[in-house]
Every structure is written in structure tokens, then in C-alpha cells.
Ligand binder design. Structure first.
Ligand SMILES: NC(=O)c1ccc[n+]([C@@H]2O[C@H](COP(=O)([O-])OP(=O)(O)OC[C@H]3O[C@@H](n4cnc5c(N)ncnc54)[C@H](O)[C@@H]3O)[C@@H](O)[C@H]2O)c1
Ligand SMILES: O=C(O)C[C@H](O)C(=O)O
Length: 357
């Protein structure tokens, strides 16, 4: 085999410097300049960071975000394997420029200048666990990452996926308040997987294509706090009591269904990456100024007496610009709402206390 020539070595060094900006061998080669130019180009190019990019969700999420034409720069951060995932994703012939960041010392670089930060960092459930069982480890991870966001990109929209979402969103809010950077419009707990599941399961029952079905899912993201509003399904339809019970339970237990099927190998990753990308795309369209961009998310809210609640929100240039009321609920949903609020109140308080105490 022929040894690699000096020119090839130089070229590799330049590409590596571009992929891993903190690499001390960084050169000022033309490849780097051209890709940086590309990163700046594009009429509507947003800079997006994924924290936890090497994980079960992170990897397919990174792949799908690399395919999103609204993304001009994609930063992939993790405490392990970020270089490998970055090298892999960077070979995709789509527009976004990809850069990798490994470990806490590179967090600032990953976050600086970002418009949108998506956080799927943290441990997933195993069979028999609740999402709240993840609090002990994931609360600290979310706190550290949000401290980085407050310091390096305080104006970025944050899409928080790490569980338990009902507590991690209040944690993030408290971190941002402490840093003086809190903007409630910019912090969104990702509940889009509940909507994706609801659309799928309802479509199955109705015999429709899931793409034609829209189910609002409100409340939070754990068990009874996940409240599908089956009385508000589009297209308008009605369900028997048995169908309502079956659908509500299946949507609430969708995460557990996957955890049990994976038998200890984690929780939903592929459907979550799909749902996260759908939601991120909506956030980017809002940032671009598109009209009528609406999705469900767990946000600071005055819809109920609770400080956070998931409901439909309108995304705009500054984040969740409008939080919609729940609309008319039937008796079944009103009972579900009371159950959801009771559990949600405890989870929210647990998150707030984690930072305040
Ligand atoms: N909101 C939702 O609907 C939803 C859906 C599915 C999963 N989740 C949650 O998403 C999280 C991730 O799930 P997964 O299946 O991808 O798990 P995973 O273990 O496969 O991946 C998590 C990644 O996070 C990384 N990580 C750990 N600590 C980190 C830190 N301090 N900074 C940056 N990265 C760090 C790990 O190295 C790993 O690569 C879990 O908490 C899971 O419960 C939420
Ligand atoms: O169920 C889990 O633990 C992961 C996630 O919250 C889900 O809904 O799939």
C-alpha cells in the first residue's frame, strides 16, 4: 500500500480542524474557509446544537437535523463518542455544516451562537422504572447543560427532551432565572412524541392515514399527566367509552410499551428522534417568521393554576408567543385533567426545589 502523501495529510488535518474546532492542530486552510462560508450562507440558515448527540435519540436526531434545509450549522455535543458521530453525519451531502464537541471543556464551543438547542442528554428508563426514577441523575445533567446555555447562548430556544420532562423543564427555568436569562417563551419541554403516538393510535381506530389525524395532547409527559383530548380530534369524530379508555391508556403508556419491548435496552429513540425533529422544525419555522405555526409543548403557562403545563402553543420569532386555552373538555377529560394536575404539581415542585434548596 502507498503511504499517504504530505498533501493528503494536510487535507485531513484541515477537515479534522473543521469538524472538531477545539482541535489544537486547526489550520486556516481553504476547506475550512469554504465550509465556514457555507455555514454563513443560506437565506434561512439556523444554528442548532444537540446535547447528548451520541445517544439513542441523539444519533438519529442528528441525522434528521442534518437533512433539514433550515439548518445551516449543526453542533453535536456529548460526553462520549461525539467525534465518531460527527464524522459519520458530516459525510451526508446536505447543506448543514457539522461540528463535533466532546466533554464538558467543549460545551461552551458547542453552544456559542446557537439559535436552537435540543437536549436529549441523560439516562433512559429500564422496565419497572418510572420517568421520575431518572430524576436523580438527569436533574444534575440538565442543570449543568442549562448553565452552559445561560452563559453561551441565553437567547436560544431550548427543546428539552431529557426525562422526567415534568421536572426537568422547571429545573431549566430555575437555572435560567438564577442566571438572569429566563425567557419563558424560549423554554419548551418536548411532548411531541405523545402527539405522534396519539395520531397513530387514533388513526388505527378510525381506519385513517395518521397524517390526516390531529390529536391535541395536553398536561405533561408521564403517565396520567399525558392527557389526550379525544373530543377535539381532527377530523371531527366520536369514540365509544371503550375506545376512549383504550386510546387514553395506550397513549399514556406508549413510552412504557417501548421500554418493555426493548427489555432493558432503553426507551423510545427512533420515534422520539422523529418527533423531536418534527417539533424542532416547527420551532425553526416560527423563528423564520412563518405564520400559523402551532404545536403542543410543555411550557410556562397560565392555562391552569400550575406554573407549567403542556398545551397547544403558537411558535414565532421569539419562541412560544401564544399559549392556547384547552377548549371545551368532556366529563372524561375533566376527570383526567384533575388527576394530571395533582401529579404534575408534585413533579414541578420537585424540579423547582432541586435548584432552590
Ligand atoms: N421527552 C420525550 O418524549 C422522551 C422520549 C424518549 C426519551 N426521552 C428521554 O431522553 C433521554 C435520552 O434518552 P436516550 O434513549 O437517547 O438515552 P441514551 O443513554 O441512549 O443517550 C443519552 C446520551 O446522553 C449523553 N449524556 C449523558 N450525560 C451527558 C452530559 N452531561 N452532557 C451531554 N451528554 C450527556 C450520553 O453520553 C448518551 O450519549 C432520557 O432521559 C429519556 O428518558 C424523552
Ligand atoms: O418512556 C420513556 O421513558 C421515554 C419517553 O418518555 C417516552 O415517552 O417514550
Amino acid at each position: 500500500m502507498q503511504p499517504l502523501g504530505a498533501e493528503v495529510h494536510q487535507r485531513i488535518a484541515r477537515i479534522s480542524a473543521h469538524l472538531y474546532p477545539s482541535n489544537p492542530q486547526m489550520g486556516d486552510g481553504s476547506i475550512l474557509e469554504r465550509t465556514n462560508c457555507r455555514a454563513k450562507g443560506g437565506a434561512a440558515g439556523f444554528k442548532v446544537a444537540i446535547l447528548g448527540a451520541a445517544g439513542g435519540i441523539g444519533q438519529p436526531l442528528a441525522m434528521l437535523m442534518k437533512m433539514n434545509p433550515l439548518v445551516s450549522v449543526l453542533h453535536l455535543y456529548d460526553v462520549v463518542n461525539a467525534p465518531g458521530v460527527t464524522a459519520d453525519i458530516s459525510h451526508m451531502d446536505t447543506g448543514a455544516v457539522v461540528r463535533g464537541f466532546l466533554g464538558q471543556s467543549e460545551l461552551d464551543g458547542a453552544l456559542t451562537g446557537m439559535d436552537l438547542v435540543i437536549i436529549p442528554a441523560g439516562i433512559p428508563r429500564k422496565p419497572g422504572m418510572t420517568r421520575d426514577d431518572l430524576f436523580k441523575i438527569n436533574a444534575g445533567i440538565v442543570r449543568t447543560l442549562c448553565e452552559g446555555i445561560a452563559k453561551c447562548c441565553p437567547n436560544a430556544i431550548v427543546n428539552l427532551i431529557s426525562n422526567p420532562v415534568n421536572s426537568t423543564v422547571p429545573i431549566a427555568a430555575e437555572v435560567f432565572k438564577k442566571a438572569g436569562t429566563y425567557d419563558p417563551k424560549k423554554l419548551l419541554g418536548v411532548t411531541s412524541l405523545d402527539v405522534v403516538r396519539a395520531n397513530t393510535f387514533v388513526a388505527e381506530v378510525l381506519g385513517l392515514d395518521p397524517r390526516e389525524v390531529e390529536v391535541p395532547v395536553v398536561g405533561g409527559h408521564a403517565g396520567v399527566t399525558i392527557l389526550p383530548l379525544l373530543s377535539q380530534v381532527k377530523p371531527p369524530c366520536s369514540f365509544t367509552h371503550e375506545e376512549t379508555e383504550y386510546l387514553t391508556k395506550r397513549i399514556q403508556d406508549g413510552g412504557t410499551e417501548v421500554v418493555e419491548a426493548k427489555k432493558g435496552a432503553g426507551s423510545a429513540t427512533l420515534s422520539m428522534a422523529y418527533a423531536a425533529v418534527k417539533f424542532a422544525d416547527v420551532c425553526l419555522k416560527g423563528l423564520r417568521g412563518d405564520a400559523g405555526v402551532v404545536a403542543c409543548a410543555f411550557v410556562a403557562s397560565q392555562v391552569t393554576e400550575l406554573p407549567f403545563f403542556a398545551s397547544k402553543v403558537r411558535l414565532g420569532r421569539t419562541g412560544a408567543e401564544e399559549v392556547y386555552q384547552l377548549g371545551p373538555l368532556n366529563e372524561y377529560e375533566r376527570i383526567g385533567l384533575e388527576k394530571a394536575k395533582k401529579e404534575l404539581a408534585e413533579s414541578i415542585q420537585k424540579g423547582i426545589s432541586f435548584i432552590r434548596n
